[in-house]
Design a protein around this ligand. Structure first.
Ligand code: NAI
Length: 130
């Protein structure tokens, strides 16, 4: 058990907007290994010195996620919020790739319901929960 606890957890944060960016900063501050992913090069560049690795990828593209080694990550956090379609597609791809723990931020109740149905382990909806 101690050995497991001592192991550094591997996280990936997909979507480096306000929410994903804050999560990425917090996990990195806590000393976790974080792979930061965004489709936007400027966002990725902003996290090069914060995350362990920062890469450009379209998370709705299964091949692109495989190419960055997402299947080796224990816990993936999807923080694509405004584009519900991209968030849903990304979550489906992650479940198909067998990611052990998938956390997704939902924009609204409808989005949350779909995410729960397609296999997200945790759905966060901070605006509603407040
Ligand atoms: P967001 O959805 O705005 O940003 C998500 C990030 O995901 C972006 O960096 C985008 O490039 C990336 N992304 C999109 N599609 C992708 C794909 N296929 N693959 C990889 N990356 C992809 O989320 P954010 O910034 O956390 O916003 C949260 C909430 O706050 C949203 O509801 C938004 O509307 C709201 N907001 C409000 C603002 C305001 O001034 N009132 C400003 C920013 C956000």
């Amino acid at each position: 058990m101690d050995g497991i606890k001592a192991m550094k957890q591997e996280f990936a944060v997909i979507g480096l907007g306000r929410f994903g960016g804050a999560i990425c900063e917090e996990l990195s501050r806590e000393g976790m290994n974080v792979l930061a992913v965004d489709i936007d090069e400027q966002r990725v560049n902003a996290f090069k010195n914060i995350a362990s690795h920062a890469v450009i990828a379209d998370a709705t593209d299964e091949e692109a996620l495989k190419a960055i080694g997402i299947q080796n990550i224990d816990h993936v956090i999807v923080a694509i919020v405004d584009n519900i379609q991209a968030s849903i597609l990304t979550t489906v791809v992650l479940t198909e790739l067998g990611i052990k723990r998938i956390t997704v931020k939902a924009q609204n109740d409808y989005h949350e319901k779909i995410l729960n149905k397609i296999g997200a382990d945790v759905v966060v909806h901070p605006e509603r929960d407040m």
